[in-house]
Write a protein that binds this ligand. Structure first.
Ligand code: SF4
Length: 373
């Protein structure tokens, strides 16, 4: 398919200027800064940090970022200057030795560990010893829908470029828009017995529009710099995320069923959430880093959680939580995993927690049995 490179260039720039809330811009920045930090072995890391900060400041996409996000990236960069290497034994590929090697030959889902409602991890006992299914909360279903839409959008976009060849972002977006109804239908058939999709249709449309806008911008931005690019190069330059839906994590004593988005060359793993931040979301991202390191044997050092909330001028407000996946985050996840595995292995009830939030999916189980007992 033909495209006008100059027109595409202008369109790409304009869209860039309009879209400070793009996840793509966030990742482009992490791409550039982390690449500067890591791609040249043998160079002093502190000087690399300073240099990458300068590059970072000069980059157009960085200047388009909201100030608070710039500051966050700068803080993240500064944390690298401490030159604290991650302990090799805490990388996902070290699954065959302690501390990463699981203490028992069993596994539990990451969600059971990172659910975070229960200080005693009684949720693990109820689900994996008593065998009570938790059901899906509205918030979990929101996360599922959000991830489903993003995954479908990225997969369809890649498929279209491979099947039809190089095209402008505008052309790709119009094709993507024609997919929306079938994506919703597929989701409806998956979730018909869980929660009514009707009340979510408004924000689902907004998410689809946001993601397809980002894809359009990404494609046009790449074409602006490389108008004669080939099909495979375009996919890899504009949409270089590995979408991982189901890691097999038994080697780590973990099972997984949530989506992660891996920016492998930049050592970044991304999770998407609807709603407000919760502390335990970071733990799930650390688990994603373990999985990615275990499978690809490549290091992951940065976690990024994108939160989407209803509100804001476009109907969706995006917030980013960007953090280092350092030793302490890794140890916390490993300790919690060991604790969960021990509960399942010993089949020992840890008892009701001191504080039980009403949104805990097992609230009725713990408090009904207390009332009756
Ligand atoms: S109701 Fe309380 S004790 Fe039971 S799983 Fe939830 S937080 Fe834990």
């Amino acid at each position: 398919m033909k495209h006008d490179a100059r027109k595409t260039s202008r369109e790409g720039e304009n869209r860039c200027l309009q879209s400070e809330s793009l996840i793509y811009n966030i990742i482009v920045n992490s791409v550039m800064t982390v690449r500067a930090l890591w791609s040249r072995p043998g160079v002093d890391r502190r000087s690399m940090v300073l240099e990458s900060k300068e590059v970072y400041e000069e980059d157009l996409s960085v200047r388009l970022l909201p100030t608070h996000l710039k500051h966050r990236f700068q803080r993240r960069l500064s944390s690298y200057s401490g030159a604290s290497e991650v302990d090799e034994r805490l990388r996902g590929w070290a699954w065959s030795v302690r501390p990463l090697k699981p203490p028992y030959d069993i596994s539990v889902p990451v969600s059971a560990i990172t659910q975070g409602y229960c200080g005693n991890m009684r949720n693990v006992f109820i689900r994996h010893v008593m065998g009570v299914e938790p059901g899906t909360t509205g918030r979990e279903y929101d996360d599922y829908v959000f991830n489903y839409l993003v995954t479908e959008a990225y997969c369809h976009a890649k498929k279209e470029i491979y099947c039809r060849g190089v095209m402008s972002g505008t052309e790709l977006k119009s094709i993507m828009d024609s997919y929306y109804n079938s994506v919703v239908e597929a989701l409806r058939s998956l979730g018909e017995n869980v929660v009514d999709l009707k009340e979510r249709l408004g924000w689902m449309r907004m998410v689809w529009g946001m993601i397809t806008d980002q894809i359009e911008t990404a494609v046009d931005t790449v074409l602006a710099g490389q108008p004669h690019i080939g099909t495979d190069e375009l996919v890899n330059a504009a949409l270089p995320i590995i979408i991982s839906n189901r890691f097999v994590g038994e080697r780590l004593g973990l099972a997984n069923s949530f989506s992660s988005y891996i920016w492998m060359p930049e050592r970044t793993v991304i999770n998407l959430r609807m709603g407000r931040r919760l502390r335990f979301h970071r733990l799930a991202t650390v688990a994603s880093a373990f999985f990615a390191e275990c499978i690809y044997e490549q290091p992951i050092d940065v976690g990024c959680i994108l939160y989407a909330n209803l509100g804001g001028t476009d109907g969706l407000e995006l917030e980013y939580d960007i953090f280092s996946i350092d030793d302490s985050a890794r140890r916390e996840m490993i300790d919690l995993r060991d604790q969960a595995l021990q509960i399942v292995h010993l089949r020992k009830d840890p008892g009701i927690a001191d504080f039980c939030p009403p949104e805990c999916p097992y609230y009725h189980v713990c408090h009904e049995s207390t009332k009756n007992g």
